[in-house]
Ligand binder design. Sequence first.
Ligand SMILES: [Zn+2]
Length: 421
Amino acid sequence: MQNSQKEGIVISNASELYLGPVSNYEPIYSNEIPDAVVIKNGLIEAIGETSTILSNYSKFDYEIIDCKKKKTVCPGFVDSHTHLVFAGDRSHELRMKIQGKSYLEIAQSGGGIMFSVNKTREASKLELEALALKRLDEMLLHGTTTIEAKSGYGLDAKSEIKILEVIQSVNEKHPIDIVPTFLGCHIKPADYLGNQLEYIESMIQLLPQIKHQNLAEYVDIWTDKGAFSVEESQHFLNESKKMGFKLRVHADELENVGAALMAADLEAVSADHLLFAEAVSASALAQSQVVANLLPATPFVLMLKKYANYQMFKDAGVEVALSSDFNPNCYILDMQSVIGLGSFMMKMLPEEALRAATYGGAKALNRENEIGSLDIGKKADVLILDIPSVASIPYRFGINHTDTVFKDGKIIVKEGRKITN
Ligand SMILES: [Zn+2]
């Protein structure tokens, strides 16, 4: 039945249809409450009330998927901050974390980020690809249709390029669209023998090759206490900008070091984490139209009390994105859980959290004209969720509600299972 030779697909009778920000769809009547979406040639062709849509399309041969007023329809999730590619599972560290061992103590006992870096350096491209493809499948089954993926667990020239090549290769193999980011300046590796500036220079030297092989659209750097300073970050980001890379920043996660202000100043596309950002940073982000990319799964797994101040960004008029920060220390790749954490830990209304996980994410990747909302002419990346309302996403926490996933108008998940062609 799916992906048949029909002219297109009508999704009808949604119990709730969440469109997100739209500019091409206009209701026919002032009191129209749309509950149907029409898909053709990979794009959204029409939106409206089921009765009107069905009568308009009765003369055509369209497949009809009837949600029977029981299922919610929304855009595919856009996860705009992930560290998709790494080896080195760190589940063994959870006991130490629960027992109150500090980050430093865990690192000294051979764990922490360098554990993942060493395992990633040792892994072959094929091994990393297999890990990444499995994670992408999980993401897809949970309704994610586009992600950003960073390097940053190689931390030397060879391994960083290897990770970016893996990202490029899995992007070709998997239906999820991947936007690649070079995060060679994630941290200064513990085994680097030179100084901080020399390390940054070694990463700057990789930029021409990355550009030439088209391995990354963005560069990223962690600007924070214990990571790279604002001055060092400015140097790296300016050099990258000159070469035509777009910018994003891990900003003010551990302390307010002015990273968000720097991101605004350099017109980065997103500033991410922002736990310690203050009101002045929020206005600067609004002014420069930088997306505040908030990642509540990170403080959650770190067992912190502090989360980013959503209300402050909202009041300042900043576009907010929600993303998973999937990484070896935060093995959360389900955007429905991230929406739940956004609601319960950052007091985002369900529709605000859903907007941040779709349109906000698209904006954080500069793709809001193609994806992130259900609008006429946009890509048909559409979800049917087996829940009566948008509020049920956070309310029924911890359950995968994904029934059907359309990617570019094609059904690739049906009744919660991936369709293998
Ligand atoms: Zn990150």
